[in-house]
Every structure is written in C-alpha cells, then in structure tokens.
Design a protein. Structure first.
Length: 363
C-alpha cells in the first residue's frame, strides 16, 4: 500500500509547486497532498492517515496534530547551518531536489536515491497521417523542452528514421531493443545501456531496417511501449511516428496526449478528413479527444543563415544542414515558442487540474 505525504503550508503557491515537483520525481514512495488551511487539514486527517507530514514551522501551532499523526518534518524559513541544524527541520527555500533528498534521508529511505524501480512514464505521441508535416521537428522540440523539467526519453518509430545519413550503422539502437523484447528479457539495465544522452533528454536510436519495426503487430508495438514506459527509468516518453494509420491504433490509448501536425492544402485536408473518419470507426470518443491538431511554423531551408532546425539535427545531436523557422498559418514566431505553448496548455496546466480534482475528491 502506497504511503501518504501531506504538505501543509499556508503559502498555497509554495505547497502546490513543491508537491508538483515531488510528484514528478518518481523516487518518492508517497501519494502527495498539498493543503493550505486548517479546516481542510482537519477534514483530510479524518479520512486519511499521513505517514509523513511536511509542515511549515510557523503554521504548526494551528494544526490539530494527534498521536496518530505520522512522522513530522518541519519546513523552516531560516537557513540551517550544519552546526546549528535541528533534527526534523528542513530549510524550505533550498532547491526542491535538495528538499527531496533530505526527506528521504530523514525518513530513512536513502536507498531510493539509488536506481530503484521507478513509476511508469507518461507517453506523449506526435502523429500525423500527413507526410512532411513537421512531426519529427515537433517531437525533437517537445523532448528538448520537456527534458528540462523531467527525465525524458525520445523514440522514433518511423521505419525510415534509421536511414544511413541519420544513423551510424555500428551503433546499437531500437533494433536491439526489439530483439530483447521478443526474447522476453528486456529490462531496465538493457534500456539504460542502449540509451544515449542528449543536452536535456535521452534517446534510443531508431531501427536500422524497416523490417525491424514492421515485424511488430499493432498490439505488440503497444506492449513494447508499455514495457519501455515501465522500465526506462524516465517520467516522460516522447514518441515520434510515421504516417501509418493502422500501426498505432493500439498505441493511441496509451498516450496522455497525441500532438497531430496538420497542413492547410486541399490534399492534406482530404487526407485528414479520411483519417478522422477512420478514427471514429475504430477508437472510442475518449481516445479521439486526446488528439491535438497543430499548425506548425514550418521550417524553410535557407543556407544563408546560421540557425538550425530540429529536422536538420540527427539523432546524435549533430547538425546536417541549416534552416530558418518562419511563421505560416501559426501565431508563433518559432517552433520552440509553439512547442512551449503546447507543453503549457496540454501538459503542465492539465496535470495541475487533474491533481486539484483528485485532491478535492479525497477531501
């Protein structure tokens, strides 16, 4: 049974931000609840017994703590020098990562700072039935930006992503992952060994041959993503796809969001209408609502400037050519700005709403 960590601070913004960080860091073995007023704390305490209470030191006298209350750690406004450090006190204005470490140390869970079992990663797919719609560029940008806030793994499932100019043939890649998956011995150690670190995220290089990925059924591909999400030791999995419709049917239900780049020409609109009709016939309304149509500021090749597009960066982070972002059918000046807006509205804000709804449900 999962333990409960209650954070109490009448500075509600602080409590929410700290709880958000601690939730995203999957090493803490707790369900985390931020509370900011004595009445809510009293009601919550009647329904749930906290294993650990993290309480603002200046607010503690207002709370009806009992003998049944769990271990209490105090958030102190004053910086605690090592020679004056009080037992069970944590300086509240240090980094959230350091607060997490001190919680684990004082709670006796130091082993969780090592590479223990992590929670399952959230899956975010970038898919479009349209070719040359900017899927890979958007996928790279989302991975780079999301990787700054949480541990992120980027995967390309496109059958042509392993073209020789992208992928050094001698490098281990998704082909090895598929081999171990089929042999039923894929595990966290193998996934870590096959991952390559980038600036803010990690990646497993794409398959060497189209046959490698085409050998999987839609159901098998779904099981593979599920296994990687469980064992990769990350909190976010970014999936770049090709334009196949049937291949990903069993994968769509796994994703929290599916970002779908679209184009405005007539042929693309016809293809999109056909795809939407295909979805209505094959998946539920709930899964259809996960799709977010995206009109991207597409990259235009321009060798006279020194900027670099995500599409012109290979999987090892090396530049292949130059490009310039130009806003077209999109209010954002660059792909980075557009991707930032997607993360804000469809990931960060929605996660905040989910957590707030859950907190209200249990109170």
């Amino acid at each position: 049974m999962e333990k409960i960590l209650t954070i109490y601070d009448e500075d509600s913004l602080y409590a929410k931000r700290l709880s958000l960080y601690l939730r995203q860091n999957t090493k803490l073995p707790f369900q985390i609840y931020p509370i900011s007023d004595p009445e809510s704390f009293a009601q919550f305490s009647k329904k749930k017994e906290s294993d650990l209470l993290l309480i603002s030191e200046k607010n503690v006298k207002k709370l009806p703590l009992s003998s049944k209350s769990g271990r209490v750690l105090y958030l102190s406004d004053e910086s605690l020098l090592s020679e004056k450090k009080k037992e069970n006190h944590i300086y509240k204005y240090q980094s959230a990562d350091q607060i997490m470490r001190e919680i684990l140390l004082q709670y006796g869970e130091i082993e969780l700072l090592e590479d223990g079992r992590q929670q399952k990663a959230d899956i975010f797919m970038v898919y479009s039935p349209l070719g040359r719609s900017g899927k890979t560029s958007l996928s790279f940008e989302i991975a780079k930006l999301l990787g700054k806030n949480r541990k992120t793994l980027y995967l390309s499932l496109s059958e042509s992503a392993g073209a020789k100019k992208h992928l050094p043939i001698e490098r281990e890649c998704l082909t090895e992952v598929l081999y171990h998956f089929k042999e039923k011995n894929l595990n966290p150690m193998i996934l870590r060994a096959l991952s390559y670190e980038r600036e803010s995220y990690s990646t497993i290089l794409p398959v060497r041959s189209p046959e490698d990925i085409n050998s999987l059924s839609s159901r098998e591909l779904s099981l593979l993503l599920d296994k990687i999400a469980e064992d990769a030791g990350v909190s976010a999995l970014i999936i770049d796809t090709d334009s196949s419709m049937s291949r990903y049917l069993d994968c769509f239900h796994q994703a929290k969001k599916i970002f779908m780049p679209v184009l405005s020409d007539k042929v693309s609109k016809d293809k999109l209408a056909f795809f939407e009709d295909y979805l209505k016939k094959n998946i539920s309304q709930e899964i259809q609502e996960k799709f977010v149509q995206c009109s991207l500021p597409l990259e235009e090749e321009n060798t006279s400037n020194g900027t670099e597009s995500a599409a012109d960066t290979d999987y090892l982070g090396k530049s292949k050519s130059t490009g310039r972002a130009s806003a077209r059918d999109c209010p954002y000046a660059s792909l980075k700005e557009y991707a930032e807006s997607l993360l804000l509205h469809y990931i960060y804000e929605e996660e905040d709403k989910e957590r707030e709804q859950y907190r209200k449900m249990v109170l």
